[in-house]
Design a binder for this molecule. Sequence first.
Ligand code: SAM
Length: 204
Amino acid sequence: MAPNSSQSEIPKDWPQGTVYLRAPYYSKKLADEALKALVFLKTDLPTPEEARQTNPPYANVNITKIVNPIHPAKGQYGLFASQHLPPGSFLLPYLGYVHDKNDLDPTSDYDLSLDRDLGVGVDASRIGNEARFINDYRRVADAPNAEFRDMFVDIGNGKVEKRMGVFVLGAGKSGKRSKGISRGSEILVSYGKGFWAERSRQPQ
Ligand SMILES: C[S@@+](CC[C@H](N)C(=O)[O-])C[C@H]1O[C@@H](n2cnc3c(N)ncnc32)[C@H](O)[C@@H]1O
């Protein structure tokens, strides 16, 4: 066995005390109905969706401490491209604790909606993967370069699992994003105005 082989499966700069996930962790309190809507037979996949394979840890991204003095998240971490990322390409899934409205941490800054109809979210505050380090574009860049989108992962035994995926934004009608994300650039999404509005309501 290679020295530290289990360590090598954890991304560089992964924070101590946070569990690195390779697959979602489902809350024991999640209703059967929700679970059935998230994990189902590949033959029931809606067209034209495809069942994707994932390969953690993700070599296409780097977790990096932000040292730029004018970055609003200075001192925290961000997720950066380790190679050129073409427009529209799939990067990685957003993994964490999959829970419903009765089992959520209202203080979490890492909770992403997975299925609005079911009221299910993915909270990566304590357990997650590289995607938990993706920052919002506001005061960092003019626009986001990536987005969260539904995706389906082939989990074997003829089954697929609905997850939230991170994708590079498409080139756009005018082709203004045709270069994709260049190596070394920060991957930035829009958290939505609701995220910041909620934060400003919370006592500091
Ligand atoms: C999902 S985390 C992103 C990763 C985080 N930077 C870290 O190191 O764990 C969300 C938090 O990152 C910070 N953040 C993300 N985007 C930001 C931005 N544009 N301006 C200021 N803070 C930001 C905020 O503290 C926010 O609550």
